[in-house]
Design a binder for this molecule. Structure first.
Ligand code: ATP
Ligand code: MG
Length: 201
């Protein structure tokens, strides 16, 4: 399973709806400093709920909303303040079957599941903000999405995203800690945790 497309709308420096294609084998993003390369990765982490705000370089969720005056720190132009990112995952190989998607979405109405569309939206009002998640167009909770993605091997601990500093951290780990990462990626750690829980009971 791989990311097929990313749709950013009002997210960070992407004031206009922007579609970014990802290829199956290898995609490189290049551009001048400050052109928004890292914001693309932030978008993936935001939409898939893989990082807290610190991981996506924002103090609060609403900092992620496109602000035309961002560079000079002035207030944005008003109007609806909203950001959304959609991650389109290619499920053409059927890694996730229909029932898993239906289960997570809590609805039969999930369309063609050869594509998994995870969307996150954050909306700011005068005195509050709201965060919404959607799975193939159906509103759902982050935990539903996380559970579904975990079934495809995509987890916050799974190194699907290798952040700056991660490689150094892995090098400096003890062999035992490094083994933990391999267990996590191989999907064994989940069963170890369940086993420990069972012994605990
Ligand atoms: P580098 O090569 O230096 O790593 P980059 O291409 O990764 O650069 P990013 O960090 O993705 O660049 O983008 C930084 C730009 O995003 C800055 O110009 C910043 O002003 C802009 N930016 C961040 N948040 C917002 C926002 N909420 N609204 C508008 N622009 C934003
Ligand atoms: Mg960068």
């Amino acid at each position: 399973m791989h990311i097929k497309e990313l749709v950013l709308d009002g997210f960070k420096s992407f004031g206009r709806k922007t579609r970014i294609p990802f290829y199956e084998d290898f995609t490189v993003v290049t551009g001048p400093n400050g052109s928004g390369k890292s914001n693309i990765i932030d978008g993936v982490l935001f939409a898939l709920g893989l990082a807290r705000t610190r991981g996506i370089r924002a103090e609060k969720l609403t900092d992620l909303i496109y602000n035309p005056g961002h560079a000079d720190d002035s207030e944005g132009g008003g109007g609806t303040k909203e950001a959304s990112v959609t991650v389109v995952l290619d499920n053409g190989d059927g890694k996730l079957d229909r029932s898993q998607v239906v289960n997570a979405a809590g609805s039969d109405d999930v369309g063609d599941v050869s594509e998994i569309r995870v969307k996150r939206r954050v909306k700011e009002t005068d005195d509050n903000y709201y965060s919404y998640y959607y799975l193939n167009g159906r509103s759902c909770n982050l935990s539903d999405i996380q559970d579904l993605l975990a079934q495809a091997g995509i987890t916050p601990e799974g190194y699907n995203v290798v952040m700056q500093g991660d490689v150094t951290e892995i090098i400096n780990m003890t062999p035992y800690q490094r083994r933990g990462i391999i267990d996590e990626i191989a999907g064994v750690a989940e069963f170890d945790a369940k086993k420990e829980d069972a012994f605990g009971e």
